[in-house]
Design a protein around this ligand. Structure first.
Ligand code: FAD
Length: 281
């Protein structure tokens, strides 16, 4: 595939818990920055568990001149706490936020001020006007707690009505699920970009566990093929790089507005796919 048109790329990191992980992430972002992404995003642990860590990495990346988007969820936080954090981001030159409800540990519900992500979007818009580009989460295979397919899309529409600018999707391996979803979103009046989230595959067991929890489907034929590789990492990498490259090609050829990579703080899996796609200069 050749890159006649610039493809919008973004790369997601999680905040490492250790000093070694923090150091490694510096190398990872320096290498991935060579692929010319539009921005990097940094996740936010359930109910603010990575608050300082996420903030610290975002500030360090801003000091390196990188374009960054902190993820933000509200957990049990009061509006003042959220306001202070968003204000701090604004003051260090952040102009994009990924606004989420977040995955809550059980028992959190009663303490919460806000309940759904549309409320966080509305809050940031009310307090900070148009300063931030706000991304929200979307689920082509539908959020695991959703009452119904269409209702989930209508709630997504609610996030746009509250002021979101774009959405990034949960990862998926079936492009039809994405295209059908985008079609249904259009029918429900959503015309903002819905950027596919891409998860390179590096470890089958971890992926299977995570996918079950977040409602992302790994098609049976892929599961079966991945099981075959066992501990043969080389064969697994080769198969999964081709698989995810083909997924990205199909998405881009059929109009996806960009690609957001869940990098898992690794260089090679994402870089290999982008190189295969011919998106490197
Ligand atoms: P919401 O949009 O609030 O939706 C949650 C559920 O409630 C859905 O089932 C929806 O159908 C329903 N719903 C929505 N609005 C309403 C309403 N008004 N009334 C009734 N029901 C409603 N999690 C983290 O903890 N940290 C992260 O950094 C993080 N980053 C993510 C990035 C991306 C791109 C994606 C796709 C997910 C991410 N997540 C993260 C996971 C996300 O927080 C969870 O999937 C969470 O369960 C839902 O978050 P949301 O913002 O989609 O919630």
């Amino acid at each position: 595939m050749t890159s006649e048109k610039k493809v919008n790329l973004s790369f997601e990191f999680f905040p490492p818990k250790t000093d070694v992980g923090q150091e490694k992430l510096k190398t990872v972002r320096a290498e991935l920055n060579k692929l010319n992404p539009d921005f990097f995003s940094v996740t936010y642990g359930a109910s603010g568990s990575t608050r300082d860590n996420t903030k610290g990495i975002i500030k360090a990346m801003r000091n390196e001149g990188l374009s960054v988007a902190p993820h933000l969820s509200f957990g049990g936080d009061h509006e003042e706490t959220l306001y202070e954090m968003v204000d701090e981001y604004k003051n260090c030159g952040v102009n994009r936020i990924v606004a989420l409800r977040g995955d809550m540990p059980s028992g959190m519900g009663a303490a919460m001020q806000m309940v759904y992500a549309n409320e966080l979007v509305a809050f940031i818009r009310e307090k900070f006007g148009d300063h931030f580009h706000l991304c929200v989460a979307a689920y082509p295979e539908i959020h695991p707690e959703a009452n119904s397919y269409l209702q989930d899309i209508r709630y997504l529409k609610g996030k746009f009505d509250a002021g979101a600018n774009s959405a990034i999707t949960q990862y998926f391996y079936n492009p039809d699920a994405y295209f059908y979803f985008v079609e249904q979103c259009t029918k429900e009046g959503i015309d903002a970009p819905i950027i596919p989230g891409i998860m390179p595959i590096t470890n089958y067991q971890n992926l299977a566990r995570f996918s079950d929890a977040c409602g992302a489907e790994i098609p049976r034929w892929i599961r079966k093929r991945l099981e075959d590789f066992g501990s043969n990492q080389e064969s697994l990498q080769s198969f999964t790089t081709d698989l995810v490259t083909e997924l990205c090609e199909t998405l881009l050829e059929n109009g996806a507005p960009g690609l957001h990579f869940y990098t898992m703080n690794q260089i090679e899996p994402t870089r290999n796919i982008i190189t295969n796609l011919g998106l490197t200069d």
